[in-house]
Ligand binder design. Structure first.
Ligand code: A2P
Length: 263
């Protein structure tokens, strides 16, 4: 049945969906319209969802598109029995999704102190907020070098991130802004690829330092982390061992974390 929201609950809006792309059995992305009045900072998330049994079913989703874009992009996991994603994965062109247009989040420039290198550590769909941050010109105003790492179980799951890099290279104005400041390091953990292993292991055994031209240093580096609860816990522990201080919107620091959407 078509998803058309007939009665929009208070405080929410219904936005029309387009450009649905199924990347793997476990992931898909889609765009939706963005009214000019809907403003957000690159890296933030919103509550989105569908009407289910006459009630709104919403979950927090990072906006994957940058704040200057005319459309909103989302990148989602598909969980077979997940309350929302089991339904959301069947979206078709022209359907509508519900949005509570109050963007929030900590994976934003405002929550970080100035620095020279920006490390963006993502696993799985945790790359979504960074898809926004790496397409925002402000990122390259603020940092000399941006290193995005994306770790997934399988090679195919890295496609979204690799495609993003191609999109940036072929974009009308981003190449001039991004130049050679952006590096993507993609690794797999369960399927053989050129670069294997969890990024937490790469940091500890020096592989990241080698790939990025120097180890993590709180004096010059800033870090954003997005993934599962376990991934956040382990990355956060490493940051704290190295002397990084966690930041927030009210008190900017040297690293920030946010849980990637899971069901
Ligand atoms: P692994 O295959 O070794 O569990 P998931 O799909 O379960 O969210 O995992 C996405 C990626 O994140 C996988 O490559 C997984 O590696 C990795 N990962 C899971 N837990 C951690 C963690 N605690 N620290 C770093 N990477 C992790």
């Amino acid at each position: 049945m078509d998803q058309v929201v007939r009665t929009v609950p208070k405080g929410m809006a219904a936005f029309r969906v387009s450009n649905i792309h199924h990347w793997t059995d476990r992931t898909f992305s889609f765009d939706c319209e963005r009214p000019a009045s809907f403003r957000f900072r690159s890296g933030e998330f919103v509550m989105i969802g569908l009407m289910v049994d006459g009630k709104p079913l919403l979950r927090a989703y990072s906006i994957a598109s940058p704040s200057w874009d005319d459309e909103l992009e989302f990148y989602s996991i598909k969980v077979p029995d997940g309350p929302l994603t089991s339904r959301l994965q069947h979206l078709k062109e022209g359907d509508e999704i519900l949005i509570r247009p109050k963007p929030v989040g900590t994976l934003v420039h405002d929550a970080l102190l100035p620095g020279k290198r920006l490390f963006l550590f993502a696993t799985g769909t945790g790359i979504a907020p960074f898809a926004s941050v790496i397409r925002d010109p402000e990122t390259y105003d603020k940092f000399d070098h941006v290193i995005l790492t994306h770790t997934c179980r399988d090679v195919h799951e890295l496609d979204y991130g690799k495609h993003l890099m191609e999109e940036i290279r072929g974009h009308e104005f981003l190449p001039e802004i991004v130049g050679d400041k952006l590096t993507l390091i993609s690794t797999t953990t369960r399927e053989t690829s050129d670069h294997m292993g969890r990024m937490t292991d790469w940091i500890r055994d020096g592989r990241l330092a080698e790939a990025a031209g120097g180890g993590l240093d709180p004096a010059t580096d800033r870090v954003m982390i997005c993934g599962s609860m376990d991934m956040l816990k382990d990355h956060k522990a490493i940051c704290e061992e190295l002397g990084f201080v966690e930041g927030s919107n009210s008190e900017p620091g040297q690293f920030v974390i946010e849980k990637a959407f899971v069901d």
